[in-house]
Every structure is written in C-alpha cells, then in structure tokens.
Write a protein that binds this ligand. Structure first.
Ligand SMILES: *[C@@H]1O[C@H](CO)[C@@H](O)[C@H](O)[C@H]1NC(C)=O
Length: 297
C-alpha cells in the first residue's frame, strides 16, 4: 500500500534535527519558537527538495523569485516582536495552484501557453488573505491543463503543457488524479508545507486521496473565488491540501471581489475559527476499512 519510490528517499535533515519530511504547521511553528529553524532555512530546504524531486514529479511549476525575501521578512517580524501572537501560517511556505492569480513576478496561466506572460491586476482574494497572515508564497503548482475542462477528449490527469506530466510520488505509474494534482503531489513529496487548490467537481478531493494527503473542500462561498480561473459559479471553491484547518482559518471570509457567494457564507463562520473543533480523540472507536481490487490496491 505505502510504496515510496526510491527517488523520494532523500535525506532532508535540516537544522538541529528539524526534518521537513511530514512537517506540520505546528511542528514548524514550534521549531521557529525554539529558534531551531528560520523561515528562510525552511524555504531553502524546500527549494532544495524541489530541485531534487521536481524533474521527476513535475508538480511545482514556478518558484516565486520573492519567496526568500518574504521568508526573511517573516523572520525579521518574528525576531522584532517575539511574544506577539501570530497566525499559524506566519513564515510558512505555501504553493498556489496555477489558476490562482498573484500580482507579482509569477505567471498565472492555468498551465496554458496562451496565458503565459499575461499580467493580472491584483492578487486573488485568498492570496490577499495569506499576505495578511504572513505566509510565504513559495510558487505555483501544476495542474491538469485548463482543469481538463476545455478538452473535447479527456486529457490525462496531471498533464501540463508548460511543466510536463506530473507524477504520483507513491506509485510512479499511478494516476495523480484530477486537476489539483500538482498541489497534492507537492505536499505529499514534502516539497512545501501546504498548498491551495480549487475544486469544481472532485479536483481537490481526488488528487488528495490518490496522493495520500489531507484535504478540505469548503462549501462554495466560504472562500473567495475572485482572481481564480473559473469553471462554474455554482460549484467552484478554493480549498486546502494538508494541515487543512489552519489554512482554512486563514482564507475564509467575505471578499468584495466575490460578494455574491462570500456574503452569504460569511455569516456561518464560527467565532474563533474552525481550529476549536479539532478533536484529538476523534478517531477513537471508529472502524476503518481498506478497499482492495484484485491486482491493485
Ligand atoms: C513567467 O513567464 C515568463 C515567460 O513569459 C518566464 O520568462 C518567467 O520566468 C516566468 N516567471 C517565473 C517566476 O517563472
């Protein structure tokens, strides 16, 4: 079941024994607080990992030329006011699916050469929110071109004109599934802590399942779609891959750029956010099943 291709067995020991393999937002924030890790060191660990793995996995499409600067800024803020309560995402690197607009040096193309070099006028609503909490944008994640929505015949999942065919990190020939495949693969292979994807119909749920990472597809309107390449106004939603609750808390809420959907959903966001509902004992007493098919698991 848990076959890890040998290419992934790369030592990623960081500083003072901090390891980015399966690092969580909480373990990273602890390492920051204990001065065992800086955001800049973390970004460099991930960049190194991307350099090693991306030629095979092809899930990271572009690196933000300002990622290291943003990390240094987060480190400076942490040093200057160490007791100030900060967002859980402060100084934490994230990848954005290449359909989520950024007003910076990166391209936003839905993977298509047709949009390469086009300039977007402002950050997507969810990106503005991340800037407010001080997360570091590491880069853009690949996806199935145009969400596989413009093809008459179905194009292979993870097929990306600009970056090449993305690959499932657990089973090389397995399907990476649906369009947020780059977001899911990157997290699964520890190329970034968290990533944002989007879903119209299975595009977060399926790649997260096939690449073995936690995901959350929010109700439409809980997160803003402003500045995100659309398919359906009734179904599109921006969601998270890995460490779902912290990321969700950072991106939910009203956005005038997508007021129709977000004004209605905003009234249901609980005071104090969603983290309060995490329950460590939540899986005790539950039954677990594993579906097997002959010749495949
Ligand atoms: C954006 O696309 C241009 C090509 O039009 C390329 O030269 C540039 O490197 C891309 N930006 C990043 C951050 O990769």
């Amino acid at each position: 079941m848990w076959i890890i291709v040998s290419v992934l067995v790369i030592t990623t020991k960081g500083h003072d024994d901090f390891s980015i393999e399966e690092a969580t937002i909480e373990s990273i924030q602890r390492a920051f607080a204990e001065d065992k890790l800086t955001s800049l060191q973390l970004v460099d660990l991930y960049l190194n990992r991307i350099q090693n793995l991306n030629p095979v996995l092809r899930s990271a499409l572009e690196i933000n030329p300002h990622a290291r600067v943003q990390a240094e800024e987060a480190d400076r803020q942490r040093r200057s006011n160490s007791h100030h309560p900060r967002s859980f995402l402060h100084g934490v690197p994230m990848l954005l699916k290449d359909t989520i607009a950024t007003d910076d040096k990166m391209n936003t193309t839905a993977i298509s050469y047709a949009l390469l070099g086009s300039v977007v006028g402002r950050d997507a609503g969810v990106v503005e929110k991340r800037r407010n909490v001080g997360a570091v944008i590491l880069g853009k994640a690949s996806l199935t071109e145009w969400y596989s929505f413009r093809a008459l015949a179905k194009i292979p999942n993870g097929r990306c004109a600009r970056g090449g065919q993305a690959q499932n990190p657990y089973v090389a020939r397995a399907d990476p599934c649906r369009s947020s495949s780059g977001s899911a693969i990157s997290v699964a292979a520890n190329m970034v802590t968290v990533s944002l994807g989007s879903e119209t119909h299975g595009s977060i749920l399926c790649p997260a399942d096939y690449n073995s990472v936690v995901r959350l597809k929010p109700t439409v309107g809980l997160t803003s779609r402003a500045g995100v390449v659309p398919i359906s106004s009734r179904q599109d939603t921006i969601g998270t891959v890995a460490d779902a609750v912290h990321l969700l808390d950072a991106i939910v809420g009203f956005d005038p750029g997508d007021s129709e959907a977000t004004s209605e959903a905003a009234q249901f966001i609980p005071d104090g956010g969603y983290k309060q509902f995490l329950n460590e004992d939540g899986i005790i007493g539950k039954d677990w099943g594993l579906l097997e098919q002959e010749g495949r698991v």
